[in-house]
Write a new protein. Structure first.
Lengths: 488, 488
């Protein structure tokens, strides 16, 4: 019997591409049919499809030989993934922002997300700037702070432009203590403030007296006690703690209970040994214990220091930053490291605290999407089934979020593994080409800030980044890829 | 069309009971066949089947009315489960065994498992007894200790007879510090030593100088520092910590990394605040930090205090203790609380430390099977996929262990939930009738001790308790059930 005759002699099964109603109709008639998970590339956009075709099938001359563009890109992306996987962030210090962060100076305030001026800042970011100016004793009260912020005397720049990251409003002012993280692989550093805890806190836009007092206590007690402890203990291996935390139900963005616990047990003996008085040590240990998000401000700079080592790789379409200032959502690509691609910040679908609803919510805000860019957070939700109590959904949803991210990443983490997926590495290295081709957006879970200054957190949930900035980045990537090639 | 005609007019599917080769044969021919998961009750033992029939279908007169025996048993078992679920163990103190444990006295040594005299004790238990006599300064060295232990001057009784539990050899001597756990629901207490850590330790039968020195340090530094801290902190809610730990990858028997972390962060602020010097506090925090099993000695008495409140319920076939002395494996039933049903302790299937193998292993030993009796440990393995690195197998095996335990338990925990099973309560309240009827043995994971005194742990793995003691308990349960009924 010929191959083809044999095929038709066997039972036939229908495989359907496109609209699922054909599959459904067959199944209603008792026939087996397989619905193929396929969608039109780039949602059918002709310009994008044409770019995609160039990248996937085009060739360029390199050293007299024809080379497939896709091969160049694949090699660059493999290098980016390798850099992320080799990265090994350690806590190496705690210090004042102005002493530690390159380019930090008096009158400069760093903020989350892509660049934004005072006028375009959202409510919670304005609130946090007001709080920072009061904390720095540059303004006496809200109205003086508003005036000063609008005067042009204060410079605003993104944390990301200074090797730093900040959760939510992400405000860093010169006197604030910061974690100093060093990536032992590539020797670059990253910085982040210490987490303030829950409730009324600066990062959610609150600036009342209790917020400022807490910031002062963090500067005067928390940071010195931790600094002493760190000197006794020696550098702390963050990658190992994050890896362990992912075996313990954390995903590193909105669930950091295990990471915080592991950090406390690592730090506690050295805190107890340090020179501070017993009350200060006890207060520091209590402050960390009462805040399960304390570790978030370490997963973030761990991610930042790792992604910075994957930044600036020619021909790589890997995303090295996703960040929001509450007004815009922005991304940066490895091969175009100094350029932001932005679109309006989206709304967060979430669970709200009692008394609050979607009408109170600020659009998506914060640098904490560095977690997802790093392959944890929303990308590691399968490791954290209990996260659904915080952001909504079921444990199966959490697993599905992670599984779908493998479709848009270059590869898998060699460090961060998910027990429930048989210890598979987390999806790592977001490829902007895959995002645009498949229309699958990075899965992000996040807190929700009130839209007005001075209030704080009102909920938490899931957010879909805006496709537009990925499309723009994709177009720019294509241009740079072909332009560079022509120059040679 | 008649019902029967309609049935035969539809496509038929074969359901096969018994040998799976019939299902396989049909599938080879391309037919659908369902293999029903069914086995002959009581493995076909006629005596047991006849007892089972009496329990399942028999009636007795109660207050002039006929009542089904099974209804009486079901009600009693529901009450036992309710007691376990209502139980709420707290850490309420730390003290000397002789001061805290009822009936503890000079010259008395408590051990794990059912009763056993010196002559029948296994190697590691003898080693631990030798160590305890040296620690108590009742003997100078091994040979003096052996003589004393054999002399009859030392009394040996099970921990379980004194509201206590002990891991592995489970030796408790009068001077040892113990955790005092109170079940706030039923006001009964339970006791356990403080965990010594890994390596050469008394509970695995080691008794060298370093072992004795560590025990002294635990008595002189660890216990006082923790006692002070507990007084500052106030009682610690163990049930809540265990529940959280099960959301963080622990199962509470062989994986206690999360429980230990949560305990440290809860304790640390009060330790730092206490009156001891900085070095002692730091050493205590380091000791706990370096031992992920530190929390095991708290899950065990939490279980003991909860199961004791479910003990002594007439007509209940729920198992309230499973324990091994390294020679025998024994169980106790709620309705026959003072009787042990024993069989030879089985071997453990496990992973061995380098240089050791099955030929070095002592049979199964320790009271830590109180964990499984409580609905955690092996019963909660689905919560702890990473446990397979320690005891062998795959994450799916861990899930299957838990799923199969629902077949032999009265119900589910209302406190301990498993994220990966959609937050289902752990299987709780082992019913000896179900065990014997289905031939499904409780899933236990455990450490492996060297068979000789003085060596220590050589591995960890999974163990199947011996069916014989469950069968004996089942027969005795049946007798007590029918005898009591006749008296009325």
């Amino acid at each position: 019997m010929s191959e083809i005759a044999r095929l038709f002699a066997s039972d036939l099964v229908v495989a359907n591409l496109g609209s699922k109603i054909f599959t459904d109709a067959l199944e209603l008639q008792g026939r087996r049919a397989i619905q193929v998970d396929w969608a039109v590339p780039c949602a059918g956009d002709e310009e994008l499809i044409s770019i995609l075709k160039t990248i996937r099938t085009g060739e360029v001359g390199v050293g007299g030989k024809k080379v497939a563009l896709q091969d160049l890109v694949d090699r660059a992306n493999a290098e980016a993934l390798e850099q992320i996987n080799l990265s090994h962030p350690f806590i190496v210090g705690i210090g004042k922002a102005v002493d530690e962060i390159p380019g930090m100076e008096k009158g400069l305030i760093l903020h989350a997300g892509p660049p934004v001026e005072w006028e375009r800042m959202c409510g919670p970011m304005k609130g946090a700037v007001i709080g920072a100016l009061i904390y720095e004793e540059l303004a006496k009260d809200e109205s003086a702070a508003r005036k000063m912020a609008a005067s042009g005397d204060i410079k605003f720049e993104p944390c990301h432009h200074h090797a730093a990251v900040g959760p939510m409003a992400g405000i860093i002012s010169p006197s604030m203590p910061v974690w100093v993280i060093e990536n032992r692989h590539s020797r670059n550093r990253a910085f982040c403030t210490l987490n303030e805890g829950l409730g009324k806190v600066l990062r959610y836009g609150a600036f009342s007296a209790e917020v400022i007092e807490r910031l002062k206590w963090m500067e005067e007690v928390l940071a010195p006690v931790l600094k002493d402890a760190l000197e006794i203990h020696g550098e702390i291996d963050l990658r190992t703690i994050i890896a362990q935390a992912l075996q313990m139900g954390d995903e590193g963005h909105n669930r950091n209970k295990a990471g915080t616990s592991l950090l406390i047990r690592e730090f506690a003996p050295s805190i107890a040994e340090g020179p501070a008085d017993a009350k200060a040590k006890s207060d520091v240990l209590k402050f960390m214990h009462l805040n399960d998000h304390f570790f978030l401000n370490l997963t973030m700079p761990a991610g930042k220091s790792s992604l910075d080592s994957a930044s600036g790789i020619e021909n790589s379409s890997v995303i090295v930053a996703m960040a929001r200032n509450g007004t815009d959502f922005g991304i940066r690509l490895s091969s175009l490291p100094n350029k932001w691609f932005t679109a309006p910040a989206p709304e967060v679908e979430g669970l709200y605290f009692p008394g609050y609803g979607a009408e109170d919510a600020n659009p998506d805000i914060g640098d904490s999407t560095i977690c997802e860019t790093y392959g944890i957070g929303g990308f590691a939700m399968a490791a954290a089934p209990a996260i659904v109590e915080f952001v909504g959904g079921t444990p199966q949803d959490a697993i599905n979020f992670t599984l779908s991210m493998y479709d848009i990443t270059v590869g898998e983490s060699k460090n961060f593994r998910i027990p429930s997926l048989g210890f598979r590495g987390t999806p790592t290295g977001i490829d902007v080409t895959e995002v645009v081709e498949k229309g699958i957006l990075p899965a992000v879970n996040t807190g929700i800030a009130h839209k007005d200054p001075g209030i704080g957190q009102v909920g938490a949930g899931l957010v879909e980044p805006p496709l537009a900035c990925f499309e723009d980045a994709f177009k720019a990537f294509h241009k740079s890829l072909t332009r560079r090639r022509k120059k040679r």
